[in-house]
Design a binder for this molecule. Structure first.
Ligand code: ADP
Ligand code: MG
Length: 310
């Protein structure tokens, strides 16, 4: 599901929708982050929705159990990107004509597996037949309990260290279906560190870092040899003619966390990891522009990533 088409179609459309969107003073954060933030008694509530479609986000031959897992975990990953835990899920399913009860059950086994794994209740949804491909739309809610605040894309500060969980690239070889959203890690980070900005990597490292710097009105420089390339990025590179680095920069659907914090906090995290998933420091926030240091040279980096609606 990944390519590096530079067309700005999807982001331009979202920008247009955002500029024209009806707004309300009661909504602290609307369009533009991984979740919207709503005021609620007892603390903010975050909400996100995501749709996955056969032929775009998965193939007809993919196991339906994994398709159900993915449909759920893409939304959980957006809640995690706010540094919070999901609490409730709704799922709308459009099932192609001829879809069997057994197939539908398999999808919902995957959805329930993910919900159980993260302690989330499936509280509703909608079911319809479809003349098109199988499509699943999930909406997840999360709650900021206690002292936790939602972490936004817009909070990066100049001089911050840029960090990433896990390894990147080649998710198309399997991780895009079976990934584990970084909920526990995000909450641990939010709980113990002053994280300034966070996003989950769904569009690709370069594109999602661009979202952070655009929302924060800043720039970034990353170091090529610090970027953790996944084994799958190396395997894929053997067939695509691209380098593992290119895959790590531009493949979508890694669903790792990309976040920024003060260099002292980053050093503390790297010295005493708060969880088992590895964390890498890959660069720093600067005043403007997006650059990569490669072979001792600083070069501009294109915000290439995966975009829908070309
Ligand atoms: P993510 O990759 O984190 O799911 P997206 O890139 O899909 O985020 O969306 C970016 C922002 O635009 C989010 O705040 C999302 O809610 C909003 N958005 C995307 N599509 C639409 C739409 N059709 N109508 C309103 N808001 C949208
Ligand atoms: Mg996201």
């Amino acid at each position: 599901m990944a390519n590096d088409d530079t067309n700005k179609g999807e982001f331009a459309l979202i920008d247009l929708i955002r500029r024209r969107a009806a707004a309300s003073d009661a909504v602290p954060v609307g369009i533009g982050d991984d979740c919207a933030v709503l005021d609620a008694p007892g603390g903010p509530v975050v909400i996100t929705t995501d749709m996955i479609i056969e032929g775009v986000h998965f193939e007809e031959t993919d196991p339906l159990l994994e398709v159900g897992w993915k449909a759920t975990c893409v939304s959980f990953s957006d809640i995690a990107a706010m540094g919070l835990r999901p609490t409730a899920l709704l799922c709308a399913a459009a099932l192609p004509e001829g879809f069997s009860m057994q197939q539908a059950e398999e999808i919902f086994r995957g959805i329930n597996h993910a919900c159980t794994e993260f302690g989330v209740a499936l509280v509703g949804g909608d079911t319809t037949s479809s003349t098109g491909p199988l499509s699943l739309c999930t909406t997840a809610l999360g709650k900021a309990d206690g002292h936790l605040k939602p972490l936004l894309r817009s909070g990066a500060q100049e001089g911050d260290t840029i960090l990433v969980t896990g390894s990147l690239g080649g998710s198309i070889l399997g991780k895009h279906l079976t990934f584990r959203p970084r909920v526990d890690e995000a909450v641990a980070l939010n709980d113990s560190f002053d994280v300034h900005a966070m996003i989950d990597i769904s569009d690709g490292l370069a594109a999602d870092l661009t979202h952070i710097i655009e929302e924060s009105n800043l720039g970034a420089i990353i170091e090529a040899d610090k970027i953790p390339t996944a084994d799958a990025a190396h395997e894929l590179a053997r067939h695509t003619g691209k380098t593992p680095l290119q895959h790590a920069l531009s493949d979508g659907e890694d669903f790792e966390l990309l976040f920024t914090m003060h260099p002292d906090a980053a050093a503390r995290l790297l010295k005493q990891p708060a969880f088992e998933v590895p964390v890498s420091a890959i660069g720093r926030i600067i005043d403007a522009g997006l650059f990569i240091e490669l072979d001792g040279q600083r070069r501009p980096l294109e915000p290439k990533g995966y975009e829908h609606f070309k």
